[in-house]
Design a protein around this ligand. Structure first.
Ligand code: ADP
Length: 598
């Protein structure tokens, strides 16, 4: 009402002038009506004498109400309010007031957050957690919304900070008082307000400290947010184009006014897109109906956790790749080492085979003297039978029939002796062959007989008749004939060696076989009544080169045990209580024991 009266006094309206109703948002404003808006608007009346300006200072609700009733031609309000109104009313900015107060550009709007200068604990926005922050109100653009948008953009989780908002309404100045009284910890103000108040001598700038710096080089006021366009002059739907054009033309053509320290002039409106974006971010005004994108909101709110989870996932993938690399490397190393081991095993097997072969030669060497004798016997017999046959043929006193019978007998004996010699040779050949043959079904009785045949000469030299007790119900075993022969020949020669210095009537060599049900094994025992095992070497008997004999090599037992083990069996040698020693060869049965024959 006060402004209307002033206007009436200043401008004496012509009779029947057409009224132009302008609604103006009224607040403790930097855009002081009577000082700045009014003189500049006054030019409309001066240049359009047929019109009378009627100004209506109103609060937000009154402005809304007037627009609803359609009683206003033009509206001057803050940019936030314009954007909020634009979703309900047809409003278009047609001009903007450029207002510079002692070098401070008041036509641009931003927000600043202030705290008391001694509040060292509030350095940054993130220090606001759990604190009291004063603002004008939820619908205040420069006094709340801009700052809230800035905070939410930078800190999507700020809703969980527990900030206590204290809204104190207009005028904005009272926020500074509340801050100084320690009613709140920080306040939000429209930018340049403190600087203007300081110019007016109302406050001391040193009492306050800014929180959250936003530096724009050409902007002289404290600022914590971006800058947005200032208050627009809006035409309503009620205004016809002619009037709008006239008003715009008057405002744009009028000169800048210097009112006290303030420089004021009208200029074309700028884009309010940035203000729309603030409203969109806050989901208010025209965007209130649009729901937040919940996924995006959730992602933004939890971005720190997501980054942590992402980093952990990355580390996990890295760890897995590393583990896989190590596993592959180890597997390869293992394969190489297995290959090397296999090669070494093959090599060792080859050497063992060669050793066994050499040992058979050595054993054969021990028996060679006897062998010559062994072969000599059938050969002598053959020669004798041949000579005898010749003699029969030469004899005159025998009938042809008698000669024929004698010759047949002699020829049969010759054949028999030759077979015996051939059998000896066959055994020797097989025994000395480098390739010791393969596994086959073997009757242990036959191997024992062959062994004793082998050792026949040494037995007869020692005048020993071995006692052979065989279990004739034993099954055949799947085994290695030559290895068995080698083991048994070794055991028999060892027994003979042990009895070397004894009288033949004291000697005893016993070879027996039986089946051990518990072990499921066939046992061959070679017992002697010799000098027994030397206690010094008893625990090392099966170690290579362990011997008590002068001409011995000490390889017989160790090779025999390794042969027995290669067939899945075992070999032991113990002293007997009654004197002498007993060697036990255990051979696993690969076939079931046969039922006894009746
Ligand atoms: P070598 O017969 O060349 O000495 P062996 O490995 O066959 O090698 O025997 C090792 C040693 O075991 C013999 O020197 C002997 O002392 C002992 N030994 C083997 N058999 C008997 C046995 N039946 N009675 C007593 N000692 C034995």
């Amino acid at each position: 009402m006060f402004y209307v009266i002033i206007l009436q006094i200043l401008l004496i309206p012509p009779l029947f002038a057409e009224e132009i109703h302008i609604g103006i948002l009224d607040w403790r404003s930097l855009e002081n009506f009577d000082q700045h808006w009014l003189p500049s608007l006054k030019q409309i009346e001066r240049k359009m004498p047929a019109h009378e300006l009627v100004l209506h200072p109103m609060n937000l609700a009154e402005l809304d109400h007037a627009l609803e009733k359609g009683t206003l031609d033009f509206v001057i309000t803050n940019p936030g309010h314009y954007v909020a109104l634009s979703s309900h009313f047809d409003l278009a900015p047609i001009a903007q007031l450029q207002h510079i107060k002692e070098g401070l550009p008041l036509n641009q709007v931003g927000s600043v957050m202030l705290t008391r200068s001694e509040r060292d604990d509030i350095q940054d926005f993130s220090d606001l957690k759990g604190l009291r922050v004063g603002a004008v109100g939820g619908d205040s653009f420069g006094g709340y919304q801009l700052m809230l948008d800035r905070l939410q953009q930078s800190f999507p989780d700020m809703n969980r900070w527990g900030v206590e908002w204290h809204f104190s309404g207009f005028p904005m100045d009272q926020l500074l008082e509340r801050l100084l009284n320690n009613d709140v910890d920080a306040i939000i103000l429209r930018s340049c307000l403190v600087e203007v108040m300081a110019l007016e001598g109302k406050i001391e700038l040193t009492h306050f400290r800014q929180v959250g710096d936003q530096v724009i080089a050409t902007y002289p006021c404290k600022l914590s947010t971006d800058l947005y366009p200032g208050w627009p002059l809006l035409r309503t739907a009620r205004v016809n184009d002619t009037l709008a054009r006239q008003v715009v033309s008057v405002l744009m053509s009028s000169d800048s006014l210097m009112i006290e320290q303030d420089l004021v002039h009208w200029q074309p409106p700028v884009s309010y897109q940035s203000v729309y974006e603030v409203f969109e971010g806050l989901r208010i005004g025209p965007f209130a109906a649009f729901p937040h994108n919940p996924v995006l909101h959730w992602l933004l709110t939890h971005k720190h956790w997501l980054m942590l989870a992402g980093s952990l996932l990355f580390l996990w993938v890295l760890h897995n790749l590393r583990t896989e690399y190590i596993v592959r490397q180890r597997t390869q190393e293992l394969e190489w080492s297995q290959q090397r081991q296999k090669l070494a095993e093959n090599e060792s097997h080859k050497h063992q085979e060669e050793l066994r072969h050499a040992s058979r030669f050595a054993l054969m060497g021990e028996l060679t003297a006897g062998l010559a004798h062994e072969l000599n016997q059938p050969l002598t017999a053959i020669a004798n039978y041949a000579r005898g046959s010749i003699r029969y043929l030469k004899r005159e006193d025998q009938s042809l029939e008698e000669k024929r019978r004698s010759l047949i007998d002699a020829a049969e004996q010759i054949a028999c002796q030759a077979d015996q010699a051939a059998a000896v040779m066959k055994n020797i050949r097989a025994f000395l062959k480098k390739e010791a043959g393969d596994y086959s079904w073997v009757q242990i009785d036959v191997v024992i007989a062959d062994t004793l045949l082998f050792c026949h000469t040494r037995l007869s030299q020692a005048s020993i008749h071995p006692k052979v007790i065989l279990d004739d119900h034993l099954p055949g075993i799947y085994s290695h004939r030559i290895y068995l022969l080698q083991i048994l020949a070794n055991l028999v020669t060892n027994a003979l060696d042990a009895m070397e210095e004894m009288q033949s009537e004291e000697c005893l060599l016993e070879v027996c076989t039986y089946y051990n049900d518990d072990e499921q094994a066939l046992i061959v025992e070679v017992k002697d009544r010799g000098k027994g095992i030397d206690p010094h070497i008893e625990s090392h008997l099966f170690e290579p080169f362990m011997t008590t004999r002068k001409e011995g090599m000490g390889l017989g037992l160790s090779l025999s045990r390794s042969l027995a083990e290669s067939m899945g069996g075992n070999l032991t040698l113990k002293s007997r209580l009654q004197g002498g020693a007993v060697a036990q060869l255990r051979l696993p049965l690969l076939s079931k024991k046969r039922e006894p024959k009746h």
